[in-house]
Design a protein around this ligand. Structure first.
Ligand code: IPM
Ligand code: MN
Length: 354
């Protein structure tokens, strides 16, 4: 029995999570997967009522779940970034979810905004370091608001933090069926302390003679991702570069409505979420694509060892997109709940054909 913590959060979070839970219910009924849900209220409404973002007690309670499914966090009524830092980053850091898995996969040619890019060319896995780098919050402002103001933001990498994510990435590259290539993406030419990544990658890489090692600076990686996406298989990179690169990757897949992620600590409770934000302008309008959250649910099922259920969800999404029953991943393409209904009927069709 899997115990799943659900945090719908803000903006479109509630409605996309609702569809993901319908899909989960349908696939679980088909495969006999057993789970319980526990909802957590954290987000803007809860904060505005109580002054609380993510209390320690919630973080402790989450440790006892099998997995966490999160919708989206962020609200224009609240100070910029406060909820995102304290809830999303709060869970990532608080539960030491040091791997951020971000698959970039194009399910149908017409979804890619670039001419002539075929699905076979866009199938990669970005592994973003998730607990260090520019996100550690070490820094601040001095003499704020004066002409002499100083802003400091430190990017911090530890040998152990770098090593564990790089080792995870080599192992992930080995498990993938494609090219067995791992590309390190950094900016070690301009940011010399990133030499720590260069050396760690080379050292850990000796344990993986079967994996082809590759390297690209972040600026060049952005260029190559558009020009020759098929060069990439598995990518490992820092927290900030991974954040940026995967928005670019999301567009290659058809938009922010497509891109899912898993925040992982192997062997411990992990958190799954779409990579998009709360899109307040679409809140309650039944317009946002729930596909990213449905694919995050698929990643969660995979992580929980429910391979059959995960396979059905991915198959259903792929069929719905290829057949153009779900014609696009953009907001407004189809009502949010209708996308859920289509994917559920594809799950049933796949299961009965099997
Ligand atoms: C993401 C988001 C977050 C990040 C924000 C909301 C803090 O952009 O998950 O990619 O920067 O990691
Ligand atoms: Mn992001």
């Amino acid at each position: 029995m899997h115990s799943i913590a659900v945090l719908p959060g803000d903006g479109i979070g509630e409605e996309v999570v609702e569809q993901a839970l319908r899909v989960l219910e349908a696939v679980a009924a088909t495969t006999g997967t057993k789970y319980t849900l526990e909802r957590y209220p954290y987000g803007a409404e809860h904060y505005l009522k109580s002054g609380e973002t993510l209390p320690d007690s919630a973080l402790r309670a989450m440790r006892d779940h099998s997995a966490i499914l999160l919708g989206a966090i962020g609200d224009p009524r609240v100070e910029t970034g406060l909820l995102e830092r304290e809830i999303i980053a709060g869970i990532r850091f608080g539960l030491d979810l040091y791997v951020n898995l971000r698959p970039i996969k194009l399910y149908a040619e017409h979804l890619c905004p670039l001419k002539g890019v075929l699905p076979a060319a866009v199938d990669m896995l970005v592994i973003r370091e998730n607990t260090e780098g520019a996100y550690v919050g070490v820094g601040g402002l001095m003499k704020k608001g004066t002409p002499a103001e100083v802003a400091v933001c430190n990017m911090i990498w530890t040998r152990s933090g770098t090593e564990r994510v790089i080792r995870y990435a080599f192992e992930a590259a080995r498990k993938r069926s494609k090219k067995h290539r791992l590309t390190l993406v950094d900016k070690a030419n301009a940011i010399r302390p990133q030499d720590l990544w260069t050396r760690t990658f080379a050292e850990v890489g000796e344990e993986f003679p079967d994996i082809e090692k590759d390297h690209a600076y972040i600026d060049a990686a952005c260029m190559w991702m558009l020009k020759n996406p098929d060069w990439f298989d598995t990518i490992v990179t820092t927290n900030l570069f991974g954040d940026i690169l995967t928005d670019l990757g999301a567009m290659m897949q058809g938009g922010m409505g497509a891109a899912a992620s898993g925040n992982i600590h192997p062997g411990k409770v992990s958190m799954f979420e779409p990579i998009h934000g709360s899109a307040p302008k679409y809140k309650g309008k039944n317009k946002a694509s729930p596909v990213a959250t449905i694919l995050a649910t698929q990643m969660m099922l995979e992580h929980l060892g429910e391979h059959e259920a995960a396979g059905l969800v991915e198959g259903a999404v792929a069929t719905a997109l290829r057949s153009k029953k779900v014609p696009s991943l953009n907001a407004g393409a189809l009502p949010t709940d209708e996308v859920g209904t289509i994917i559920i009927s594809e799950i049933k069709a796949l299961a009965s054909a099997a």
